[in-house]
Write a protein that binds this ligand. Sequence first.
Ligand code: SOE
Length: 401
Amino acid sequence: MAGSNGHDGARPVLGVGMVGYAFMGAAHSQGWRTVGHVFDLPLTPSLAAICGRDASGVRAAADRLGWAAAETDWRALIARDDVDLVDICTPGDSHAEIAVAALEAGKHVLCEKPLANSVEEAEVMAEAAERAAANGQLAMVGFNYRRVPAIALARRMVADGRIGTLRHVRAHYLQDWLVDPAFPLTWRLQRPHAGSGALGDLGAHAVDLAQYLAGEPVTGVSALTETFVRERPLLDGASSGLSAAGGGDAGTGPVTVDDAALFTGRFASGALASFEATRFAAGRKNALTIELNGSHGTLAFDLERLNELSFHDHTEPAERAGFRRILATEPEHPYLEAWWPPGHGLGYEHTFTHQARDLVTAIAEGAQPHPSFADGLQVQRVLAAVEESAAKNSVYTPIPA
Ligand code: SOE
């Protein structure tokens, strides 16, 4: 399937079809548009077609975001001969149906996080991905923060033993766009569409990063969740990104997801983890922080300073030891070989370019990229265990392997 859509010069073309064109659709489009101009890829991605239900909205999005064609039915998108890979950027309630259909139609799939709205859906998706892998189709979850150079560097340092035996992981993902009780009831606040609230939207990233950096899964959790504002104005018009208007004559409706989730967890090795995900941390816009403490040292990362990684080497003599700031912008650092000179820095959008690079490379090589749908299922199991534990007043809830 890879490169079935002709050649662009010496390189076979990989036709991409995207479902969804809101915030994540725009972010992924940016990745697909830039990746072939920055990295030397074995396949040339082409932005073949984008899909959305509203005909004029999706046509405008195609023009704005750089897609050649627009479709209003995702089944028609999947059926297109010029689409080799389907990129799913819709709310969680449609991930499973689209992903399974695309894999069964012989396409590769990239699916936004969290993989699904429930463990059951994620299981079906992981099984479909396993069947498709036997035919050479690949499936990957869009946990884009794995592709921040400083995070990829941290993973390399943990694997190289630079912090020794892991003792603690501390991961927080804090935003503040729900502080105002007048913020309207968008799809992200409705369980049937989003599956869960801050837990699935933000906590999923924190769990994925913790497990990725630790190199092992969380095996059980104790949790608290809370919905601080239980009723909100219905949406008045369209929402865009994380902003939306409400409060007209449309009335109010119930918030059916968590506003915040706090939980502790265990790794099989005995290391302990703590997590916090909230949209009520006033002043915190996109504050994803993660710290790992090991027997030989500590690594710490803050998304609001994403070009930096803090490292304390505890094997150094105490008189000289202390945190040092690694500026992850050298050509030797992950992904940096293709970007700007040292010190010139990258941002949020580059994670989507790197995600596209890794997926295109994996497709060309026929190798499973990370995170797989099986990895996405594991995160889903952690999210489900958090909800179960919270419903039972924080009872420790093991996560099935
Ligand atoms: C909204 O909270 C959001 O866009 C998440 O859905 C993304 O996954 C995260 O990267 C940024 O915040």
